[in-house]
Design a protein around this ligand. Structure first.
Ligand code: SF4
Length: 499
């Protein structure tokens, strides 16, 4: 959709306008000339120093017109940055209202387009606002619907129960370790994941680099007496390497990391059931790693085939029972709403199958069309459910989890997600993943080691965030791991050594 924008000269407003447009139309292109556009959006912004008045109107080729306006008092906002934010939010408010009327589509998340709504909730809470005040603000200023605000409320309260010291964990860090291999590549995948067969040379060199990184970062943490809150092995599929390789890797971890008794949780994604063997489960037990993820995504065989997951539904169930029998007492399962060819009936079937297993936690994703995936490149080949059906499936997931003892404990949104919905992690009482809470709420640094591992350094004093990414492909990683480790240590020195 090409939209003609008039009356907004300040370029800083173009991004929020684009983000709001994208909630309604696929891939919006903003144009500042009328030629070749399908929709005209005209704004009038009047800032008199004390308040801002914004009028917005959209008109299409058929002559249909929708309009809205809003005035916002700015007297309480002396800080320039905060003042600008208020004007930006007012503009988003007006544009969203106009587009909701024009399209008939209701956006339950209102003008919030960021991926971490609960982080904003925590921020308001830390600023001293009460639940009632946050509710009112989210509803009136952000146009968020009651059900989504209540969901955030529930999640935030649950997180603070699972991690009561959440706001004071900035002096500790969590560790993410990325293993970039999988048995085969799934169609919707944009993770660093390379089919492992025939790549042993590359796996060997990669593991060499990873051992080095774990050793060096571990040494730095020991030298600076910094504790680790959680460790998470992701990828790829960390169980796609052999049992011996896993054994050596965990050995390196326990030799390198400080204060092992202090680590609250170690998770290993065993996402693809075809990688799970009794030998690997033995290794996990040896290192007392008991939180794993086995991801069915769907219990419909046809779907698994269509998305390129070369394992059977039976294998998921069989490996789940095997893991359970061998002592894994905190198993997470991922499901995806809106996989190609699936509607409400298929998703309900998946929920019914989940009921037979009752994993400790369940993450319900909504399919998103990420730019780099095979599925997005060949979109016409993959038929997905309508916005209404997707919403119904999500509602069924909410009901099903609540009636089976699960509570939502983390949430994030993505771009291009079907129906502008969200991904929600649910857990049985006391089984919430602390790592997932840490990554979503950004209260401490997460140091990424291995391929495609993104580090997020959060200054414990200022809260300022700095990103640093390791390369995604094993070849570049193998060539440069020492340099990447050194750069991370430089950042850590800079952030943590100041008194
Ligand atoms: S198992 Fe996960 S990481 Fe591996 S290809 Fe599939 S979606 Fe990607």
């Amino acid at each position: 959709m090409k939209v003609y924008i008039k009356g907004v000269e300040d370029e800083r407003f173009h991004r929020p306008i684009r983000l709001i447009s994208n909630l309604f139309f696929e891939e919006t292109e903003l144009s500042f000339q009328k030629e070749g556009t399908e929709l005209e959006a005209v704004f009038q912004i009047e800032d008199n120093g004390h308040s801002v008045f914004i009028y917005g109107q959209v008109t299409d080729e058929s002559g249909k017109v929708c309009k809205a306006e809003r005035e916002k008092d700015l007297t309480g906002f002396t800080d320039e940055k905060e003042r600008f934010k208020q004007i930006k939010n007012t503009l988003s408010f007006v544009y969203l209202t106009v587009l909701q009327e024009y399209t008939g589509i209701v956006q339950k998340w209102g003008i919030l387009t960021g991926i971490r709504p609960t982080k904003l909730y925590h921020k308001k809470r830390q600023e001293g606002l009460t639940e009632e005040e946050i509710f009112k603000m989210f509803k009136e200023e952000y146009l968020i619907h009651d059900e989504k605000i209540r969901l955030m409320q529930q999640i935030v309260n649950r997180q603070l129960k699972a991690v009561p010291d959440l706001y004071s964990l900035g002096d500790e860090v969590s560790i993410y370790i990325g293993i970039p291999f999988c048995p085969t590549k799934c169609a919707y995948c944009t993770f660093p994941a390379y089919a492992i067969n025939g790549r042993q040379g590359s796996v060997d060199s990669f593991l060499g680099g990873l051992h080095y990184e774990i050793g060096e970062i571990g040494r730095w943490l020991k030298d600076n007496n910094i504790k680790i809150t959680t460790v998470y092995y992701g990828g790829g599929t960390p169980t796609s390497i052999t049992a011996e390789e896993m054994d050596m890797l965990y050995e390196q971890m326990i030799e390198s990391f400080p204060h092992l008794e202090h680590i609250r949780e170690i998770t290993v994604e065993a996402g693809r059931p075809d990688t799970i063997t009794p030998e690997k489960l033995d290794v996990l037990n040896k290192y007392k790693i008991d939180r794993i993820s086995i991801n069915p995504q769907s219990y419909i065989q046809e779907t698994l085939k269509a998305i390129g997951r070369h394992h059977t539904v039976e294998e998921t169930i069989e490996k789940y029972h095997l893991a359970r029998k061998m002592g894994m007492n905190n198993i997470n399962m991922d499901l995806i709403i809106g996989l190609p060819g699936e509607g409400v009936a298929e998703f309900d079937y998946t929920l019914a199958e989940t009921e037979k297993l009752m994993p400790e936690s369940l993450t319900v994703h909504t399919l998103s069309f990420k730019r780099a995936s095979e599925m997005t490149r060949n979109k016409q080949k993959y038929k997905v459910a309508s916005r209404e059906e997707i919403t119904e499936m999500m509602d069924n997931a909410v009901q099903w989890t609540s009636s089976h003892g699960y509570t939502p404990y983390y949430l994030y949104r993505q771009k291009n997600i079907l129906g502008n919905l969200e991904n929600v992690g649910y857990a049985l009482e006391g089984q919430d993943s602390i790592y997932n809470i840490m990554i979503m709420e950004e209260q401490q640094s997460i140091i990424g080691l291995g391929c495609g591992a993104a580090s997020k350094f959060i200054d414990p004093k200022t809260g300022k965030i700095m990103h640093f990414a390791n390369p995604k492909d094993p070849k570049s990683y193998n060539d440069g791991f020492a340099e990447y480790t050194e750069k991370k240590i430089e950042i850590l020195n800079e952030m943590y050594s100041r008194s």
